[in-house]
Design a protein around this ligand. Structure first.
Ligand code: ZN
Length: 121
């Protein structure tokens, strides 16, 4: 049983059948029936650009990642961003010992990571 994947318009969330039409040697993006904009502009972008837009909290980038994208490493990149953000938060909030330049309290790091995960969801 093969189920055909359904895509969504990244602008309005309307369900669409396809994101592009393929001609002999070119491909053309489709327009959404509801909002009449390009269905998913991100199919022509590199994954790094999409990730930057997602970090800037662009809802279109999130719709692309969740519904239309097939990049498998987003969860790993998200995990790295979460750990880096927790590290920065931990360094910012906890007082430094007098002679340690990059010392982080492990318990505080885990606490801030957990707090970061709860506030993100
Ligand atoms: Zn639309």
């Amino acid at each position: 049983m093969t189920e055909k994947k359904r895509f969504v318009c990244v602008n309005c969330g309307h369900r669409v059948k396809e994101l592009f039409k393929k001609y002999s040697n070119t491909m053309k993006t489709t327009q959404c029936d509801k909002c009449h904009q390009i269905t998913d502009k991100y199919i022509e972008f590199e994954e790094f650009i999409i990730l930057i837009d997602a970090l800037l909290l662009d809802s279109c980038a999130f719709r692309h990642i969740i519904y239309n994208g097939d990049f498998k490493l987003y969860w790993k990149v998200s995990l790295v961003v979460l750990l880096l953000e927790s590290f920065a938060l931990c360094r910012q909030k906890l007082p430094d010992p007098p002679n340690a330049s990059l010392h982080v309290h492990e318990k505080g790091f885990y606490t801030y990571t957990l707090q970061n995960m709860i506030t993100c969801s």
